[in-house]
Design a protein around this ligand. Structure first.
Ligand code: GUN
Length: 291
């Protein structure tokens, strides 16, 4: 089987070029999209992600600002910062980089973000909206996977999609979005008994477990679409996914690599969600509920 490698960087560039036009239109209307990123503590990976997000914003025409706080910051200080950003008309998207330090109540922080500015789609309201097919913001990583499939003209309806991973950021919303598109969805975890039986029955296999190279060629059906969402740094400093690329290459029909697969799509979808939020603000479209 010859495997087609899905070039996430190329698809991301294409999507960004389309959305740049929408950002430019808003700028002409004096509504430059704005994103605020809050980062607490000194997690090295988070610092890199935030730097990449800021650069991507500037490249596409989004104003961005970063609010950095030391790890021992009182939660109330962050809640106050979010309140100020909720009321700032130049900010259309607010993102709190996760993970937060252990003394934070994640749910209180996330649900303090205005629904219409929650570009991560993590607020309970937005999760409920996604579950019921009334999506306000699609969470960026699974959204990136869906756009990747769409751009490669990979049909989802009627296919058996297996998602390995059950996180709130990737696994759960991924399963819901595939379901919404008509897939038959199975959710597994790294601990699922007889995991290979499930993965081998997948037409579309999405893996987000955080376990380096756990999916090998023997676990994949010939011709399946395999999307690797993992980003793991090995002891020698190299990056690898949750899929053993070398052994799955040649078995899968399509395979998204790490790096260069889902990663560039995730940031792209954050940009899209921020531009979408600004478009709604400009059009006076109200999302969420009024109190
Ligand atoms: N940390 C890892 N992924 C994400 C993400 O998609 N959003 C936020 N806010 N934090 C993250």
């Amino acid at each position: 089987m010859s495997t087609q490698i899905i070039d996430g960087k190329k698809i991301a560039e294409l999507v960004r070029s389309e959305w740049r036009v929408r950002a430019e239109k808003l700028i002409q209307l004096d509504m430059k999209p704005g994103l605020a990123v809050i980062i607490v503590g000194d997690n090295a990976a988070s610092a890199i992600y935030v730097r990449n997000k800021v650069k991507a914003c500037s490249d596409i025409g989004i104003y961005s600002e970063v609010h950095s706080f030391p790890g021992n910051t009182d939660q109330n200080e962050i809640l106050t910062c979010i309140q100020t950003l909720n009321n700032n008309p130049h900010i259309h998207g607010i993102l709190v980089q996760l993970p937060l330090p252990a003394h934070f109540e994640n749910n209180r922080i996330i649900t303090s973000i205005a629904i219409e500015k929650d570009v991560d789609g993590f607020h309970f309201y937005n999760v409920g909206a996604l579950v019921t097919g009334n999506t306000v913001f699609s969470p960026c990583t699974p959204y990136g996977v869906m756009v990747m499939l769409q751009r490669k003209q990979i049909h989802v309806e009627g296919q058996h999609a297996v998602v390995v991973g059950r996180s709130n950021i990737v696994g759960k919303p991924m399963a819901l979005m595939l379901l919404e598109q008509g897939a038959t969805v199975t959710i597994c975890t790294s601990k699922t008994r007889n995991l290979p039986e499930f993965t081998k029955s997948a037409d579309i296999l999405v893996v987000a477990t955080g376990r380096p190279r756990m999916i090998t060629g023997e676990m994949v059906k010939s011709g399946a679409v395999v999307i690797d969402v993992g980003i793991n740094r090995l002891a020698d400093g190299t990056l690898c996914g949750d899929v053993d690329f070398a052994s799955v290459n040649g078995v899968a029909g399509y395979l998204s690599p790490v790096p260069g697969g889902v990663g560039p799509m995730t940031i792209t979808m954050l940009l899209c969600n921020t531009i979408l939020a600004a478009e709604r603000a400009h059009a006076g479209i109200c999302v969420g509920y009024t109190r």
